[in-house]
Design a protein. Sequence first.
Length: 434
Amino acid sequence: MKSLLLMLSCLGLWFLVLTGCASSEENAPEKKEDQQLDEHQTSEQEKMNDEKSNDDSNSSDKKTQPKKKDPFQKTVDSMSVDEKIAQMMFIGLKGTSLNKQEAQLIRTEQVGGVILLGGNIQNKNQLLQYIQSIKKANKNSHTPLMLGVDEEGGRVSRIPGEIANFPSNQYIGKYSNASLSHRIGELLAQKVEAFGFNVDFAPVLDINNNPQNRVIGDRSFGSTPEKVSKLGIATMEGIQSEGVIPVVKHFPGHGNTTKDSHISLPRVDKSIVEIKQEELIPFKKAIDQGADMVMVAHILYSAFDQKYPATLSERIITDLLRNDMGFEGVVITDDMSMGAITQNYGMDEAAVLSIRAGTDMFMLTSSGDGNYERVKKALKQAVKQGTIAEESLDKSVKRILKLKEKYKLSHELPQEVDVPSLNQKIRNVIDQIK
């Protein structure tokens, strides 16, 4: 693959526009004594007309000349199918340190992203060393890794306990203060960025409109689309302002379910009108305010698709999210190792269905035990057979590369975390609300 950095240097496109000009003069009645002057004027007018004709011709030629190729597209065109598939993979790792097999996978495959879960993280020093080893394994890749973590605040907080945590979104929602939520978003980003993460799988835009739903519950900002939109978007913008990629979730909405998609497949049977008037509102507003990345949930929304859950549904990802709601950023699945998928589909089958539906990044936390290889093989075969168009891979990879460039992802290693300073900032905010 050609150097991404080299390609990005071509971003400036220069255009030369040649314009012709002409002037006209009124003709006076001819007189014999003015014949010489008239002949001179005619000659000058013909010259000007010729020059205008040449200018118009040159201008037309300039307009028909092809523009310089998009540098991102040039990079994509230089990639093999294997490399494209790898960029679309967001993998998980085992244990609390990088083993040889995982290091080799990152080094040779050059995957698009890595997520660390709670079981991967013990304490500050361990996490710093872990992230450093992951980035070192990817150092020879021309494409920096997305490094993601779930840091919502409340009960979903993966950053080590040495760093102070925020109350739940539900608690924050009581204040309905957008400025407060923006500040919390800034500090969530500072927490994850201090350890080398550049993606935060937050904020939650699910509406807590089902009291029996314990999966979301206090992870939601509230029970109305207005409150969730107001505080969720403010949090998203706070995260963005610190140079971290926020991922709004769980599209089309996980708030009105009774089952846990980690275990089994939830189903929502509301009408399209009802869904558009409630669940979709926070996501639509976030998209309008510049959401970069959307996580799609493992939920069957029967009004849109009676066969496939959202993560595998073209009707939801392409028709609804892309076409109807106008989202142009990166679409990522929730973890495809979750029970909602594994109880109903093989990993390879799910991968093909999801990418064909319009997914850009396929999250696979259980990438070991040959799962990564099986998914890769299935996707390659689908491209070869025409089940998945290579052009769709190109579009996805281009979105991923653009997002990485937008946030200036790099191979730079994280250094020592200033715990006292970070904790003081967080406690200053907490003191305002407790």
